[in-house]
Write a protein that binds this ligand. Sequence first.
Ligand code: HEM
Length: 577
Amino acid sequence: MTPYHRMLPSNHAMDGGLRTSTTGQQLPNARTLRVALMSDGRVHNKRFTQLITYLPLIMTADTTTVHDTINYVLFTRTCCAPGGELNPMCMPIEVPTDDLHLRRSNVRCLNLTRAITYQALGCAPNSLPPERINTSPPLLDLSSLYGNDQLSVNRSRQMRGGLLRADVIKGKEWPPNGNPVCFLNQPPRETRCHDSGHFSINSLVGIQLLGIWQYRNHNYLARILQQINPCWDDQTLFTVARDINIAYYQHIVYYELMPALMGHEFLLRNNIIYNTYGHVDDYDDSLEPRVSIEYVMGTRWFHSIQEGRLQLYSKEGRLLDELAMVDYSLRPGGMMINNTFEGATQGSFRQPCADVDYLVDPDVGERILGPLQFASDVTASDINKGRDMGLPSYNKYRQYCGLPVAKTFDDLYNWMPKDQVDVLARTYEYIDDLDLMAGILAEKPMHGAIMGPTLACIMADQLLRWRRADRFWYENSIHPGAFTPDQLYEIRKISMARIICDHGDSVDSVQPFAFLLPGIRNEIVDCSTIPAPNLETWRDQRCAVNVTSENFKPTLYNLSDLTLDDLTGIPIDYNQF
Ligand code: HEM
């Protein structure tokens, strides 16, 4: 268990309660604010695929914790019952009678609980500001796949050939069946529930897809390594396959996903990525390996670009069906019938994500928990949870990020559309009361990016911490298991498209930049043309067996065809966005 990092000291009410206004009053109702700022609606983005939301989800499952959500979904379901608001764990959200979307329903309250803190468990005195507990290892280390502790890691292993345990169905590997968490499966047809090192592989649709691909990738790597190095034992094969799997993930996040989200130049300027073929030794032992609470609260912004519909496509790109994505959380059994997994795999790189347009998909805004709760509004929760965490006001973060501090609501016109500023001015009494989440949701995207400057600053702060506080970061040369320059060169060829080609169900073609919709300069091509790392560079001369790369690798790629841009980022002009 680790505490979260704080970019700024907390600002709770005197009694450790939710942040209040500058005059000590309650802040505006989170549901009223959400609906005024971002109504329900469904408009598709014109550049980005669903994958742009799926990979950040894996990062969330990897580095933060879900016990607070589990608490109000399963154990504390009574915050809206008479007297519920008196429960110190509760912070229900009132739904006004004139609510734009729920006025004709009888829903007048949304169940929500406060975070479980060190104080709530009696581990810290109440005189200290309440701090939430993180049960996940906070670095980008795929604990979402391998597990949070040694026991879980060992349980998921075959203890042979470096492999993870797996069932083979339709020629593809899946984690073994037998996890009890999939209580939204609908038996008798839906029985599958994957038992990997971490339950999250069964959780949201995006994690189910990417998690399975990463699971398969581990075994794929272990098998190739064993062919090249037959003298390696199980532990060596497992460790090296895991290191490469994590390196692929870190590389795709930093050099493919983040440039698409925040712009290549922004990342280079802030030393989050580097234009180099060599190692980057920027490990800083004074930095604590933690996730900032601002990152976890701020990246809830992705809910606003989350599509509610899960479109299923054929291999030929024909739309086959559309399902409500929120009905498939904790229900991998449903994904495994009627070719849903295959269709969703094709959809992951063909279906657009939702647009950045001050709308929330109706399923995300009204029934995010699917059958688990009649009504719930994740974006209103996002606002309330920020107050529960005692996040200081939006203006304080602007100051932290070196952005001009708004003295009046009029100052926001440079940064937000007029309609959004007008809503904020109508809803809040003082500019310094503005919630961080409200500001982030209202901001216009930065030039060349999908998000505004305050969220970009919060994410950049965390991206720097993740790489610099991690002694085992894949680009680092100063640790015993560090990759050689040749191995690093190979790792830098990996892409989201390659992962989908190698591990997606029924995929034989994909566009090279899978986070971007297929189209001109990003046409769908045969998988054999997508660059792949050559694992020959892991050959251990001590094994001295004559195995050639042709034995295990279907295609060899011509490195001289690759430019530096291919290896370090996406040479695409995001300014059109
Ligand atoms: C259909 C897709 C999604 C569903 C059903 C979903 C559902 C949820 C729910 C129910 C919560 C808990 C809300 C609360 O307790 O207040 C949550 C929190 C969160 N979600 Fe999502 N979400 C989705 C997509 C995403 C995406 C694409 C991201 C991208 C980063 C994301 C990031 C987060 C984060 C960072 C949190 C907070 C976690 C924490 O408090 O530690 N979600 N989500």
